[in-house]
Design a protein around this ligand. Structure first.
Ligand SMILES: [Zn+2]
Length: 247
């Protein structure tokens, strides 16, 4: 696979995300497969032309090259290449998911989207890579997700849910938490799913006004919206703020 073909493949993949292509794509005969990394602040994708040719040959489709390059692009887009020392099997599955998604978006069949993994995936997995069956599942999930999006005739209305009572922030914690209408403390994961993990109770007497708690963690909220925690030494420590939602 020559660099012209590889560059065009990468351009076509990135086109489907609506982003500007911002990758350096080049041959490297000294690596076994394909790799994504950052050098001098540039996002690079290198591939072994013989490996790519072999995979395209044994799958009898050029889509297999697209799926391998899409996987490497996902390592960049998901920020994995910012931390070259990380070894997380979940990262590989996330990139496989993206490759399935992008192949469906580009018009490939499910069998085609899985073809490269069928021939090049390791059945037992390696230190860095989960076993082949898990990776095929991830590709299938990504492919199916793209199919569902493309088959949706009416766009799903985007509704901003705002039945929250309070916004909760803790010092040194970049997350924002919310108290919902049922007085549950909620955090939203990256899929925007609510994770309810605590409870807010209004206290008799009104000072402090509220008790916020989860498992063995107990906090009090005073009338000035400050969240306090009692240290083991019995001192009250200011640890965050709880404000009415929407202010
Ligand atoms: Zn990978």
């Amino acid at each position: 696979m020559n660099e012209r073909a590889a560059k065009e493949a990468v351009y076509r993949i990135v086109r489907h995300s609506g982003l500007q292509p911002d990758f350096i794509v080049r041959e490297n005969r000294g690596i076994p497969t394909a790799v994504a990394f950052v050098r001098d602040r540039q996002r690079i994708i290198e591939y072994d032309p013989k490996f790519m040719a072999k995979v395209m040959d044994s799958t009898c489709t050029n889509w297999s090259a697209i799926s391998i390059l899409a996987h490497e692009i996902a390592h960049h887009l998901l920020g994995h290449t910012l931390d070259p020392d990380r070894v997380r099997p979940g990262d590989e599955l996330a990139c496989d998911h993206y490759s399935g998604f992008i192949l469906r978006a580009m018009g490939a069949s499910l069998a085609t989207a899985m073809a490269a993994m069928e021939v090049a995936g390791d059945p037992h997995g390696t230190q860095h890579h989960p076993p082949q069956h898990a990776r095929l599942d991830a590709i299938r999930q990504g492919w199916t997700q793209a199919l569902e999006i493309s088959e949706r005739k009416e766009p799903e209305p985007f509704v901003v849910q705002d039945a929250f009572r309070f916004t909760v922030r803790f010092t040194g914690d970049p997350n924002t938490y919310y108290v919902n209408a049922n007085d549950e403390l909620v955090w939203f994961n990256t899929f925007a799913e609510p994770i309810e993990f605590g409870i807010l109770e209004r206290l008799e007497g009104g000072d402090p006004k509220f008790r916020l708690s989860w498992s063995d963690q107990i906090f009090h909220v005073d009338g000035r919206e400050a969240i306090w925690k009692r240290t083991t030494a019995g001192m009250q420590m200011l640890v965050g703020r709880m404000e009415p939602y929407g202010r």
